[in-house]
Write a protein that binds this ligand. Structure first.
Ligand code: UGA
Length: 449
């Protein structure tokens, strides 16, 4: 193999494109392929199909330097041009919470066909999040059957989960806390380890070598503990709501100073959303049950998260004495700041509940309005600025903690709203300051409401 491996990435959704651009930026030659022609057309022009800080300039540079190619549905060609292939297609949820492997299976068949034609030792790396056993039982079997070759001899197989967060994908890619490489055969694991040692040189993060199933589980366990921290602190927040004078923010700050607990992922709010935590917790529950183990802790994590967004509506209703006919301004639509992703966004159950209560809803988000329109359609009104959103509103709920909203002062709310009623769903405002000038409530702020 050449000194710098040629890499193919199959599937250029969020994970695939960030992986492809990350490798291309580090000087690797990357050939990607995706079944969606519109997405490929955009990428070829250097236009990312989603919002991610730094992606636009890095994608443009990678294409201009000839380091990144993007093909339409040509997995075989991409595999044959390269020596390492990353599978980065989606693994969506089925109605029972288990993951749908149809894209993984289809791609594995195409890779297998290419391997049949190739005479080189090729390594297949699963980047997609897949439940334990998928690499061994599904991917390896399909690759061997289709290629008529033997895993571990003619080709290698690894699981290399990603831990990048939307909104900070490149910061996470270039400064990883750890790299996990699960391999079927030692040889393929050694090659992928060498790839990452080169990628991160000279500051190589800890590299954890495991078997396939352990690597698959590390990804789910990592997301599940973070989701658990969030549901835990939201449980404490809901308890604080019942205790006059209690404040979850101070509870979390003090808890976080304990080195064994740590300060991160203890922000109480409206719960977790996005394409990963909700899906992965559900998949881990389904996987556990299929193996005959009842994962009660994870079921509770999910239950708490399901109810959490409604707490903001409850607080708003209490402050206003009812929501019928009231104009409610929502600040933020995306599932978190710095993204336009609306998947499992907390705003959706909030909107449903507000509409059920008879409120008129108007919302503003710095980047997610277009995405939101395709999901929420004309059930709500869309504002093009904070001022337009707050104008004449009876109540306001902060749904996403964009920096733009953090800068608002109590006077901004007083100036534009019909009634200065504010619910801080993300704990971005100082209750002492905002509580003095507004009818103010916040998640986990015991007001005895
Ligand atoms: C998450 C993980 O953090 C990544 O490590 C992982 O790679 C990724 O899933 C994945 O599986 O692909 P992401 O979904 O981008 O990344 O978002 P996070 O920043 O983890 O936030 C998830 C949700 O939790 C958001 O809705 C956020 O608002 C919420 N959250 C986060 C809280 O409510 N409180 C917190 O303290 C932290």
């Amino acid at each position: 193999m050449s000194e710098k491996h040629k890499i193919s990435v199959i599937g250029v959704g969020y994970v695939g494109l960030c992986t492809a651009v990350g490798f291309a930026t580090k000087g690797y030659l990357v050939v990607s392929s995706d079944v969606d022609p519109e997405k490929v057309a955009k990428i070829k022009e250097g236009i990312p199909p989603f919002h991610e800080p730094r992606l636009t300039e890095m994608l443009k540079a990678a294409i201009q330097k000839g380091k990144l190619k993007c093909l339409i549905n040509q997995t075989e060609a991409a595999v044959l041009e390269t020596d390492v292939t990353y599978i980065a297609v989606g693994t969506p949820s089925k109605p029972d919470g288990s993951i749908d492997l149809q894209y993984i299976e289809a791609v594995s068949r195409d890779i297998g066909k290419a391997l049949k034609k190739s005479s080189n030792y090729h390594i297949v790396v699963i980047k997609s999040t897949v439940v334990p056993g998928t690499a061994q039982n599904t991917v390896k079997t399909i690759l061997e059957n289709t290629s008529q070759k033997k895993c571990g001899e003619d080709f290698g197989l690894c699981v290399n989960p990603e831990f990048l967060r939307q909104g900070s994908a490149f910061e996470d890619t270039f400064n990883a806390d750890r790299v996990v490489i699960g391999s079927f055969d030692k040889k393929s694991g050694d090659v992928i380890e060498e790839v990452y040692r080169g990628f991160y040189s000279p500051k190589v993060p800890p590299i954890i070598r495991t078997g396939l199933a352990t690597a698959e589980l590390i990804k789910y366990a990592s997301n599940a503990i973070l989701a658990t921290k969030i549901s835990f602190i939201n449980t404490i927040a809901n308890l604080c709501d019942k205790i006059p004078g209690a404040d979850v923010k101070l509870v979390a700050t003090a808890m976080g100073l304990d080195k064994r607990i740590g300060p991160l992922f203890l922000d109480a709010g409206l719960g977790y959303g996005g394409s990963c935590f909700p899906k992965d917790v559900k998949a881990l529950i389904a996987c556990s049950k299929a193996l005959g183990y009842e994962p009660r802790l994870l079921e509770s994590v999910e239950e708490v998260n399901h109810e959490q967004p409604l707490k903001a509506v409850e607080l708003c209703k209490k402050l206003l004495g009812g929501l019928e006919g009231k104009r409610i301004a929502l600040l933020g639509l995306a599932f978190k700041p710095n993204t336009d992703d609306m998947r499992e966004a907390r705003v959706v159950p909030i909107v449903c509940e507000l509409l059920r209560e008879g409120a008129i809803v108007v919302a503003y988000d710095p980047v997610a309005v277009n995405m939101a329109k395709s999901l929420l359609k004309d059930t709500i009104l869309y504002a093009s600025s904070v001022v337009e959103c707050l104008n004449n509103a009876d109540g306001c709920i902060v749904v996403t903690e964009w920096d733009e909203f953090r800068k608002l002062t109590p006077n901004d709310f007083r100036k534009y709203m019909k009634q200065p009623v504010l619910v801080d769903g993300r704990r971005i405002y100082d209750p002492a300051e905002f509580g003095k000038k507004l009818k103010f409530a916040a998640i986990g702020l015991g007001k005895g409401l």
